[in-house]
Design a binder for this molecule. Sequence first.
Ligand code: SF4
Length: 327
Amino acid sequence: MIKIENLSTSYKTIDGDVHVLNDLNFTINDDEIFGIAGESGCGKTTLLKTLYDIVDWPLVIDKGQVVLSGEKDGRPYSFSSGQIRKSWWNNISYVPQAAQSVLDPITRLKKQFLDSIPEEDRKKETKAETLNRVAGYLEELNLSPDILEAYPFQLSGGMRQRVIIALATFMSPGVVLADEPTTALDVVVQRGILMMLTKLQKQLKNTMVIVSHDMGVHYQITDRMGIMYSGSMVELGPTEDIFSDPVHPYTTMLVNALPRVGDKSAKVGIPGRPPALKNPPPGCRFAPRCPYATDMCREQVPEFRQIKPGRYAACHQLKEGGGMTNG
Ligand code: SF4
């Protein structure tokens, strides 16, 4: 489980602070695939890096923390921001954006697997025994163990992505974070990667967090999802409900802009652009693009609150249970 508690981060620049995440408060549960969606530049990747504890200057946590907790081999664990990196691979792993380029092109994959397994976790095995375990795991994932002898440059992009996912899940971590796992892959390969992630989550019964700008990815594999806008979480709930009944005006516009089978009507994008994070408008950051905006919206930051059971949103004009007061 990951708890995100009052989390605010910023990048320190010579021109001042760029506030990237603003007071985020939510929980990602055990045994679920959780999606994080939003337009590019909304803070999705910074959030994922902060969950994984890659908070290196000029990125700074201004307030709050992330808490990773769970149980492994019968022993409970709990790590907060600053300590989470102690549990990399074992309890939490990360598939970064453009992961395929993370593999060292001139090192055989067997060495890259061995290097990723901490010495203490080899359970007093010889290297050959560890490699046997890796080979068995690859077979479970329908990957040929022969690839252990290969160099990454000999594999296709889709195969390299599969190898990275195998590396990230080999130690059965309680949490796997994946940043845009299907970007730059063709549609057929994308489908294979999504099926692999779903199968792994079912097998490990762990927490999987998928960041993607592609709403189709969320629709296909996530159980719950959060929609980010300009560094804030604006809506969160079960994926199915968010697609069938979005409540926040931004989510509603995002969902309405999606193409649907049989619907020949012209789709329009969301007018305007997200604000610059360095100098965002006061109040609700979506106000300049929102058809429901009032003076209050332009002056006060909306609270992220429960609208109905399991559904959360940040909007002044949302009524308890859904629907706009001025809609
Ligand atoms: Fe629109 Fe106001 Fe709600 Fe923001 S708070 S989304 S401006 S109605």
